[in-house]
Design a protein around this ligand. Structure first.
Ligand SMILES: Nc1ccn([C@@H]2O[C@H](COP(=O)(O)OP(=O)(O)OP(=O)(O)O)[C@@H](O)[C@H]2O)c(=O)n1
Ligand SMILES: C[C@](O)(CO)[C@H](O)COP(=O)(O)O
Length: 226
């Protein structure tokens, strides 16, 4: 059985509002996405790693790898307009059957044990999608400007790595892009496959806003698993 990881890093990080895209920002002395690749490289599964990056960033990333002596083997693939297109570009480079994890480059605190668990569960059930329960109350905004409470017991927050049997993911990614596709599970679900939720990790944060970088730094420095 072959194992792959597609690390998507083709975004520009608008919400972070930094001159350099967030996947390249320094996190405890090395770029964010180097932590992410390292977690996959060190995982029990040791997947073949495919990194998706905007074409204009390829040379910059190669320079960073040289500067930080970063030698984890990976294949570089060109990013797309939306995350969906970046994943699809990565997927198109895989020719064999097997299992593939799709992971946001900007979730650098992910643990090797969560990675391994998603592969194990996807092997059994076709896919494995990590999630956590919300700890805040949740309200839905109404068209009239008001809001209504939602039963949070019926909600989960979805993370990556989202891991799939390659046959299933290939069928799903033949669909045309829809704005409803916010992650890979939504693409696979739209293709008619059932989604297998598994327990994620509260510290597996997505670096989205400036304060997230500080939290990721604290978690990594103190060896708190994500
Ligand atoms: N066209 C895109 C857009 C996003 N991503 C990747 O998908 C992950 C999750 O996306 P997000 O956090 O939204 O990143 P950005 O799109 O960069 O951020 P923003 O929405 O704030 O611009 C990131 O690792 C990002 O690099 C990608 O590979 N290709
Ligand atoms: C894929 C994802 O990280 C799952 O939670 C999330 O949907 C990405 O959303 P974004 O708006 O592209 O950051």
């Amino acid at each position: 059985m072959k194992f792959y990881a597609i690390i998507v890093a083709g975004g520009s990080g608008k919400r972070m509002q930094t001159a350099i895209a967030k996947q390249f920002l320094l996190l405890n002395n090395k770029p964010v996405m180097m932590h992410t690749l390292q977690a996959f490289y060190l995982s029990e599964v040791q997947p073949e790693i495919i990194v998706v990056l905007a074409k204009d960033d390829h040379e910059y990333w190669k320079d960073l790898c040289f500067k930080y002596n970063f030698d984890i083997p990976h294949t570089l693939v060109e990013g797309g307009k939306e995350r969906f297109h970046s994943v699809r570009n990565g997927l198109m480079t895989i020719k064999e059957d097997g299992v593939v994890a799709i992971h946001d480059a900007v979730r650098p605190v992910v643990t090797s044990s969560l990675i391994t668990q998603t592969f194990r569960d996807a092997l059994e059930a076709g896919n494995a999608i990590p999630c956590i329960k919300p700890s805040d109350s949740v309200r839905k905004l109404q068209d009239d400007g008001g809001s209504k409470i939602i039963n949070r017991d019926k909600l989960v927050l979805i993370q990556t790595p989202q891991t799939f049997d390659l046959g299933q993911l290939r069928i799903a990614y033949q669909q045309r892009f829809s704005n409803k596709f916010t992650d890979d599970a939504s693409v696979v679900e739209a293709a008619g496959f059932p989604i297998n939720l598994i327990e994620g990790n509260r510290n597996n944060i997505k670096v989205t806003y400036p304060e997230d970088l500080e939290l990721a730094s604290f978690l990594l420095k103190n060896n708190i698993p994500g």
